[in-house]
Each structure stands twice: as structure tokens, then as C-alpha cells.
Ligand binder design. Structure first.
Ligand code: SF4
Length: 110
């Protein structure tokens, strides 16, 4: 069984969302049985195969876009865990591409 390395969205949302309209309240990973199945959202390996169970849950999540946005907001969530159907490698690549495009656009304007 994989040990939890960091707090999943489910654990992060506990007690935080008094507003029932908060996107975390609709997280599909809330149904995941962490005690029985471990935590594929924070696998020990960074390999996509290790996160396969989590990615399958995310694929059917109604708040996947909000979760992706959340994960890109902070360096810690960008670099660790499965969020919004993505693994850290994909988020880091996306952040680098976005940063490069922004820099190129700024250079083109000057
Ligand atoms: S996209 Fe995945 S990690 Fe994010 S809330 Fe949904 S199931 Fe949880």
C-alpha cells in the first residue's frame, strides 16, 4: 500500500469549506477509500503508471478544471501529487511553456 506523502484534495478540503458551493466539495476523489486502497494521488514514484488509479478518478471528476487551476497556483501543488488529471511532470512542462510564451510576447512588444 502506498503511504500518503502529502494531503490529497479530500483531506485539504476537510473543515475548510463551509460553503457547500466550494468546488472541493464536489471532488470525485472524496469517494476514494484511502484506508483500503492507499493514496494514488501522492504515489512514491513520479511515473504516470503509479498514478493510474488517481488519473482514472480525475477523468470522471466534475471539478477537474478548477482542480487544475488550483494545482498551477502554487509551486508545492505544481510539483507534487495528482491534481486535475495531471501529474507534476505535465504541470511543470505546462508552466515552462506558458512562461516561455509570455516572455516571447513581451519581447515582441518591446
Ligand atoms: S480532479 Fe482529481 S484530484 Fe482534483 S478534485 Fe477531481 S478527483 Fe480530486
Amino acid at each position: 500500500m502506498v503511504e500518503r506523502g502529502w494531503r490529497s484534495i479530500t483531506k485539504q478540503s476537510e473543515g475548510k469549506t463551509s460553503d457547500s458551493g466550494h468546488w472541493m466539495d464536489q471532488a470525485k476523489c472524496k469517494d476514494w477509500d484511502f484506508k483500503k486502497n492507499g493514496d494514488p494521488f501522492f504515489p512514491v514514484s513520479s511515473d504516470e503508471k503509479a498514478a493510474a488509479d488517481a488519473l482514472a478518478v480525475c477523468a470522471d471528476c466534475p471539478v477537474i478544471l478548477a482542480c487544475q487551476e488550483y494545482s498551477m497556483d502554487k509551486e508545492i501543488t505544481r510539483q507534487h501529487g495528482v491534481f486535475g488529471g495531471t501529474i507534476p511532470k505535465a504541470r511543470i512542462s505546462h508552466a515552462r511553456r506558458t512562461s516561455r510564451k509570455r516572455r516571447q510576447a513581451q519581447e515582441a512588444q518591446s
